[in-house]
Design a protein around this ligand. Structure first.
Ligand code: NDP
Length: 408
């Protein structure tokens, strides 16, 4: 039924690959391509299906991407590389007649800043080409946006207050590690906070606003207001929203390390000059430019290797207040995901799992013809029902609480 090419071979891509392989009735042909082909081969070996093809590609290079797409001829390209590659992959998709799906919005390498404008600017070109681009199909963005669409479709006439709450109550037993790409993760968390209120954006100092929130099966956890990309599209697509915020939990130890990293200058994203020994002749020194945050990534634990001793669970959902039949209603829809169960199934921890599974389901929606329309779309612009049904079948069951105390 569908020929798919996935770019990237990290934690999220590994989970998506397992899930694509489990749904071979939908994904009849499958290729994994990434910067390092050996990592793609390792995923295929772990899945144990030699029919999955692999290839090497530098996704920063549109010409290389075009050569690969023209050769393999996928109908859909799933981008699970980094947000830096979104635009080059979209360009190559347009040039080669492929549809597109990703899990994170574009971010320039030299500026820790993300917003949808760069990708929304492609709308007309995808429309004219008759191709579909599905943006932000991980968990957050992704499932949280679909949870909101589901609430709007079934439980509210008007959504007024939206709080997306993301708790990782797991423990990987490392002093410090990030759960997905460290560079992207640290850039996100050290940014200023931002939320939407009464028709405008309100900025806060990084991690300035926080409060304890109670998560199902987890209990109370200190939660910090962050800027998160799905808020941008949700307030546009649901204009009745008066206030929209995003909260994420962090432990005190994590925040202490983060503080040190920043104070030491290791979260800097500008280049510094460093004198290093030549690889071939260590007696000789050469001046090289390095980005401290990229160097830090190289020495931190790889998120892909965290799974083995990870216990506990994630709990992510939407807390919504609004009107139904003229009355105020509260609604909380969430998923809890066990790190151990995710590891048992895919060899990856829960954060990679909760992102890779929705990416596969979004691709499935495309191939089933349910989420296929020319243009560039955020996931809440599609019918949430078939996606919600698949979440229950593919390992991310969700639960609802009506009329509860939202704490917010
Ligand atoms: P990883 O760093 O583990 O994996 C990224 C992969 O992309 C690596 O295999 C890397 O190759 C490859 N890659 C990087 N640059 C290039 C390039 N120029 N050309 C080809 N391949 C490249 O990241 P994660 O798996 O943790 O995250 C993947 C994506 O998922 C990110 O965009 C992240 O922001 C997003 N994400 C979204 C979430 C959501 O809920 N929406 C949550 C978590 C993550 P190599 O191994 O050779 O470096």
């Amino acid at each position: 039924m569908g020929k798919v090419l996935m770019i990237g071979a990290g934690g999220v891509a590994t989970v998506a690959a397992f899930k694509i392989a489990q749904n071979a009735d939908v994904f009849t042909d499958f290729m994994i391509a990434s910067r390092t082909k050996a990592k793609c081969d390792k995923i295929v070996e772990a899945i144990g299906n030699p029919n999955i093809k692999t290839a090497q590609v530098d996704a920063d290079d549109v010409e290389q991407l075009k050569a690969l797409f023209n050769d393999y001829k996928p109908e859909l390209v799933i981008n699970l590389a980094l947000p830096y590659q979104d635009l080059t992959i979209m360009e190559a998709c347009l040039a080669c007649g492929c549809s597109y799906l990703d899990t994170a919005n574009y971010e320039p390498k030299d500026e820790a800043h993300f917003e949808y404008s760069w990708q929304w600017a492609y709308k007309k070109r995808f429309e004219d080409a008759g191709l579909t681009a599905i943006l932000g199909c991980g968990f957050d963005p992704g499932v949280t946006s679909i949870f909101t669409a589901y609430a709007a479709k079934h439980h509210f006439d008007e959504i007024q207050y939206l709080d997306i709450v993301d708790c990782n109550a797991g423990n990987h037993h490392k002093a410090f590690a990030t759960n997905f790409n460290p560079e992207i993760n640290i850039r996100e968390i050290t940014q200023k906070g931002l939320y939407w209120e009464d028709g405008k954006w309100v900025e806060t100092a990084p991690l300035e606003i926080h409060k304890s929130l109670t998560y199902p099966e987890v209990g109370p956890k200190e939660s910090y207001l962050l800027h998160h990309e799905e808020i941008e599209s949700l307030v546009k697509n649901y204009p009745t929203i008066k206030r929209a915020r995003f909260w994420m939990t962090f432990g005190q130890q994590y925040l202490t390390y983060l503080d040190c990293i920043q104070n030491l200058g290791m979260s800097r994203i500008d280049e510094i000059t460093y004198e290093a020994p030549l690889t071939d002749d260590p007696t000789k020194k050469v001046k090289v430019n390095i980005v401290p945050l990229q160097f830090l990534k190289a020495v931190l634990p790889n998120p892909q290797d965290l799974g083995e001793n990870y216990d506990g669970q994630t709990s992510i959902g939407c807390r919504i207040r609004g009107l139904k039949d003229g009355k105020e209603q509260t609604y909380y829809v969430y998923n809890n995901c066990s790190h151990e169960a995710a590891y048992k199934e895919t060899g990856m921890q829960g954060v990679s799992y909760t992102t890779g599974v929705p990416a596969m389901i979004g691709a499935m929606m495309f191939f089933k013809g349910l989420w296929r329309k020319p243009g560039v779309w955020n996931v809440e612009e599609f019918d949430p029902d078939p996606f919600m049904e698949q979440l229950n079948k593919q390992g991310l069951p969700w639960h609802e609480i009506f009329g509860g105390d939202l704490e917010l």
